[in-house]
Design a protein around this ligand. Structure first.
Ligand code: SF4
Ligand code: SF4
Length: 405
């Protein structure tokens, strides 16, 4: 991220970028730069609505019209602006390197100011986040109810595990596995009971009034606990800490890592050894927030390619040739459809998008679908059930737990 990108949150901050969209529509497909031709579809919103207005590029033209005073934000704008999972496919495919996701989010913030957003189903989780510190409307006091008895939470530790709302309240087995793996690897790790939502669900829909206070609370909580590293097992929290928190806080006083990276480093240093897993053939779903969204910060092409390899290196150790790829993968991955407030507001569209991913995974012949984001996993799991697929959904950390010597 450049210095100027770090502080941009308002639509007018992106005036120059918005003017640079040349309406080429490359942002609608995946692997657009491939001279042999890319994939037919990459943007889930454009694909489902079959109308160009839903593409990333068209949203930039809408942004231009809003800035020029030629488009009034009213309720008609709601569907165009919010039926988008902010998957970042458009941002990745744009040869003009236009930050479409940041612009879409800034446009949503304008919609919130105009009283158009968040949309009706997104209001509930926004209010819950304000009152209960989590979008699931669960009691804040029970946030760490998942912590197994064998772990005594400490006041101070070098590594803080930022659990996130989804693993705290909905996918608690992921939180348990992450804690067990980190403990087994000898990390001086703890969880803070007063952790608040990372604010991803709010930022993605342009509801920004709470964000600064929540970010400050979390940063200071971890800083006072002596954190050198904050590790997240959720791609959404990870993206938000990495790409959004510095906009609201400035330079963070600790490093931020996804659990996949944390473990990959320990494996490389020889501190951890994994046994191969038998009888499993798996494919990997790149979460948009771990993949494209964080890769956007990496300007060097080789480093960017290596970023997408991190989870794959672990999968190759675990599975060898039984790790197989889907056609749309890495920077071209098809989204699960849940991000950007879409799952709350458009559950049917999210489900269709997830089912398309499940079908793509099934075609590889895999028995397991692996990912690294509890939010993707709950959406893909629902799609597995609804489509009566035999695939088993797992988080990479759960494979690692099974394989640790
Ligand atoms: S956002 Fe980029 S890829 Fe999409 S139409 Fe504009 S210039 Fe082309
Ligand atoms: S962020 Fe994803 S869903 Fe939204 S316009 Fe871009 S490609 Fe389409």
């Amino acid at each position: 991220m450049t210095e100027s990108e770090k502080s941009k949150t308002e639509l007018k901050d992106f005036e120059l970028e918005i003017a640079r969209c040349i309406h080429c529509k490359a942002c609608t497909i995946a692997d657009a730069a491939n001279p042999k031709g890319g994939f037919e579809v990459g943007c889930p919103s454009w694909s489902a609505m079959e109308w160009e207005a839903y593409s990333g590029g068209a949203k930039l033209w809408l942004a231009r019209a809003i800035l020029d005073g030629n488009y009034k934000l009213d309720t008609d704008a709601g569907d165009l602006l919010f039926r988008c999972s902010t998957c970042g496919q458009c941002e990745e495919q744009c040869e003009n390197e236009l930050p479409t996701v940041d612009i879409i989010e800034a446009m949503r913030a304008e919609a919130v100011k105009a009283g158009v957003g968040p949309l009706d189903k997104q209001i509930g989780y926004s209010k819950a986040t304000e009152i209960k510190r989590n979008p699931y409307n669960e009691e804040h006091a029970s946030r760490t109810a998942w912590v197994p008895k064998e772990f005594k939470l400490k006041d101070k530790a070098e590594v803080i595990y930022f659990v996130g709302c989804t693993a705290s309240y909905r996918l608690q087995e992921l939180a348990v596995s992450t804690m067990r793996v980190m403990d087994k690897l000898g990390a001086d790790v703890t969880v803070k009971e007063d952790e608040w939502c990372c604010c991803s669900p709010l930022i993605r829909v342009g509801k920004l009034d709470l964000v600064k206070d929540y970010v400050k609370h979390n940063v200071e909580l971890f800083q006072n606990a002596g954190a050198k590293v904050v590790v997240s097992s959720c791609a959404g929290c990870f993206r938000t800490m990495k790409r959004d928190w510095p906009k609201y806080y400035g330079l963070l006083p600790f490093e931020v890592k996804h659990s996949v990276n944390y473990i990959a480093e320990l494996l490389e240093s020889g501190k951890a050894k994994l046994n191969p897993l038998k009888g499993i053939k798996a494919t990997y779903h790149d979460p948009c927030h771990y993949g494209r969204h964080v890769a956007h910060l990496i300007k060097d092409r080789k480093e960017k390619a290596e970023w997408f390899e991190v989870p794959r290196k672990i999968l190759r150790i675990l599975l060898g040739d039984n790790f197989v790829e889907m056609p749309r993968t890495k920077e071209n991955a098809w989204c699960c459809g849940a991000g950007g407030g879409a799952r709350a507001q458009f559950p049917d569209w999210t489900l269709d998008t997830s089912i398309e991913r499940i079908k793509e995974a099934e075609e590889t012949g895999a028995t397991h679908l692996v990912s690294a984001c509890p939010f993707c996993e709950t959406s893909l799991q629902l799609a597995i059930e609804k489509s009566e697929s035999k695939l088993k959904m797992v988080d990479l950390i759960q494979f690692v737990e099974d394989a640790l010597e």
